[in-house]
Ligand binder design. Structure first.
Ligand SMILES: Cc1ncc(C[n+]2csc(CCOP(=O)(O)OP(=O)(O)O)c2C)c(N)n1
Length: 642
């Protein structure tokens, strides 16, 4: 379409929507879908969720006055139309790339992004806080939380609903119900919402009633609130219960979520209500792009793809060589041998590699929904009953369940295994999704064993080890390729685990020519980077020994102190924040035990890390092969010169 014909090119801010007729707004929705599909095909991103809310977003911006009225996008992965309508159409091509606009709402990016999101179920709390603050400051603005039926499975959302019902502020909660989380939504709530949607006789009554009420001069508007109360009374005849109403909300819906005009009419009425209200909107995830409509789960989050051909399926004989793939195979092997092994995820069955487990052991697989805290305590209960639960949760989302790990699992020393996927730098999603805090968060917790594999064999050995351990274990691994066999020290990574100790993957005990030289001690995810650094250092005539830590906790302190005594320089290299990390602990151990060697820590800085590819982020942090080699050269030379 020529630039002059483009309606999107005429939208600089949401107020511009008011200049368009409804047919033009429908045309705008088509343009937006086109832009989203072509951009995501190039950059990757959350496709299906965004395609499902195009009309809803246009209607919201038509009726509410952003940024004075606050629109909070739950999870935030569905904010692309919002970004396009709020002055970022020109930069949209850069979405999710390093230095480009973010794939999630980001307050630093625009005043229309009123709250940073990325983790699910925060929108109702945040919007309620805005509203309470606004009223305390004497304001009269609106606040809207847009939350999906998936995000509504998170406990935080219920805490907020309960509080909002009690406060009575005119909070608008848009429940974007597409029956999907990443995959099909699970749990009692999703059944409940379907039941609400299916009351067609009520729907038909409601439509006629609305039309009639609107036709009455004056009454339609003036007595809208009274009409809503009356409808609620009528609804009580049809429904035996309505959870939202019982909490103190008005409940409107379910309404069809792809008619801008209808949505705008309903939202105007809702805005006039001046009471807490849940608007239940039915949308189609993936709408407007056939591949995504038919398989919204696959198209929830995608890499690059061809618009015409869609996302390619796995090639014949494809093997998932990531750490996730290695975990997926290892847990299946373990489960075949031990009927007590139970797999648990929190709405991330596919992402954590548990789909094959679910297929083979459907009764031993549990998807808790977007409810990490519950998933962890549920695992604790299973362990207390003698099962061997494995909870597979991304590092960033485990932040939600720190208390449950400490209070429900570790305090009772229950044998729960945590498979912490996406630990370390995570590509594309930015600050909210980095897995850089887990070492600092969990190293301090008593009873917990913290393990970091460097290879497929090591991951499997650690899983087996943890499944036989008497207490809780956490295995952290990155989103990245997982080495299979590990040259150059052929079988180093196959050696059996020794509690508290790592393994030498280059030189080490007995390599007299390098002692007292330099030792690189690292967390497993950086194995490939450290080996690359060692090779670069060889070319500079600096020969280093490399020690894969394996156990980040507990540590055989005498053994580690021995290393720090033998080597002139020990550099700890970890994929996590420096503060509270392994290196800091080791430095304290070295000083406590008067170790002779100089100790240094290479780690992620203590700031939030924006979006980029993992390799780029490692490079920026100086944790790629080149960066490590350069830092070690400098340290080595400074010691030589002393
Ligand atoms: C605390 C937390 N756990 C897991 C996720 C991963 N996640 C991102 S989107 C999503 C599904 C959201 O479903 P829903 O809210 O229904 O939105 P939809 O994508 O269907 O529009 C999940 C599980 C997350 N963002 N936050």
């Amino acid at each position: 379409m020529a630039e002059s014909e483009s309606l999107l090119a005429r939208i600089y801010e949401p107020g511009d929507l008011k200049t368009l007729s409804f047919p033009e707004l429908n045309q705008l929705a088509r343009e937006i879908r086109h832009v989203i599909v072509s951009t995501v095909s190039r950059n990757g991103g959350h496709l299906a969720s965004n395609l499902g809310v195009v009309e809803l977003t246009i209607a919201l911006h038509l009726v509410f006055q952003s940024p004075q009225d606050k629109i909070v996008w739950d999870v935030g992965h569905q904010c692309y139309t919002h970004k396009l309508l709020t002055g970022r159409a020109a930069e949209f091509a850069s979405i999710r790339t390093a230095g480009g606009i973010a794939g999630f709402p980001k307050t630093a990016e625009s005043p229309h992004d009123v709250f940073n999101t990325g983790h699910a179920s925060t929108s109702i709390s945040a919007a309620l806080g805005f509203l309470a603050g606004d009223r305390l400051a004497g304001g009269q603005h609106n606040a809207v939380a847009v939350i999906g039926d998936g995000a509504l499975t998170g406990g935080l959302a219920y805490e907020a609903l309960s509080h909002a019902g009690q406060l009575g502020f005119p909070l608008v909660v848009i429940l974007n119900d597409n029956k999907m989380s990443i995959g099909r939504n699970v749990g009692g709530l999703s059944k409940y919402l379907s039941r609400l949607s299916m009351k067609s006789y009520y729907q038909s009554f409601r439509r006629h009633f609305d039309a009639m009420a609107k036709r009455l001069p004056f009454f339609g508007d003036i007595f809208f609130a009274a009409v809503v109360r009356l409808k609620r009374a009528v609804k009580a005849v049809f429904y035996t219960d309505n959870f939202f109403v019982d909490l103190g909300f008005e409940y409107v819906g379910p309404i069809q979520g792809h008619s801008i005009q209808h949505l705008a009419e309903v939202l105007r009425d809702v805005r006039a209500l001046k009471r807490p209200v849940v608007v239940h909107v039915i949308t189609h995830k993936g709408r407007g792009y056939e591949f995504a409509e038919h398989d919204p789960g696959t198209y929830h989050g995608v890499g690059t793809f061809s618009v015409g051909a869609g996302v390619p399926g796995p090639a014949e004989g494809w093997r998932d060589n990531s750490f996730t793939g290695a975990f997926s195979r290892a847990i299946l092997d373990a489960a075949r041998k031990d009927g007590r092994i139970i797999a648990i995820c929190a709405a991330m069955g596919k992402g954590t590699g548990l789909e094959p487990f679910k297929k083979e052991f459907p009764h031993r697989f549990f998807d808790a929904g977007i409810a990490e805290g519950h998933a962890v305590t549920f695992a604790a209960g299973l362990a207390a009953r003698g099962m061997r639960p494995v909870a597979a949760i991304y590092s960033t989302f485990m932040q939600r369940a720190v208390d449950q790990v400490i209070h429900d699992v570790c305090l009772q020393n229950l044998p729960v295994t945590f498979a912490l996927d996406r630990s370390g730098f995570v590509s594309d999603d930015g600050e909210t999704h980095q897995g850089l805090f887990d070492i600092a968060l969990f190293r301090a917790v008593p009873n917990l064993t913290l393990l970091a594999p460097a290879s497929e064999a090591e991951l499997a050995a650690m899983l087996d080890w943890s499944l036989a351990a008497p207490g809780p274990c956490m295995i952290r691994y990155p989103k990245g390729n997982c080495p299979g066999a590990c040259p150059p020290d052929e079988d180093a990574l196959y050696r059996p685990l020794e509690p508290g100790r790592g393994v030498w993957v280059r030189g080490g005990e007995g390599s007299a020519e390098t002692v007292p030289g330099t030792c690189l001690a690292f967390t497993g995810s950086l194995y490939q980077q450290v080996m690359a650094a060692a090779a670069i250092l060889d070319t500079r005539n600096i020969h280093v020994d490399c020690y894969n830590l394996r156990f980040l906790k507990p540590v055989d302190e005498a053994y580690l102190a021995g290393i720090m005594n033998r080597y002139g320089l020990v550099v700890f290299i970890e994929e996590g924040v420096k503060s509270g990390g392994f290196g800091e602990y080791a430095a304290e151990l070295g000083s406590r035990q008067n170790c002779r060697g100089k100790v240094c820590c290479l780690a992620a800085g203590n700031s939030f890390v924006p979006q980029g590819k993992r390799e780029e982020l490692l490079r920026q942090a100086g944790l790629d092969g080149q960066g490590i080699a350069d830092r070690v050269s400098t340290l080595h030379n400074s010691i030589e010169q002393r």
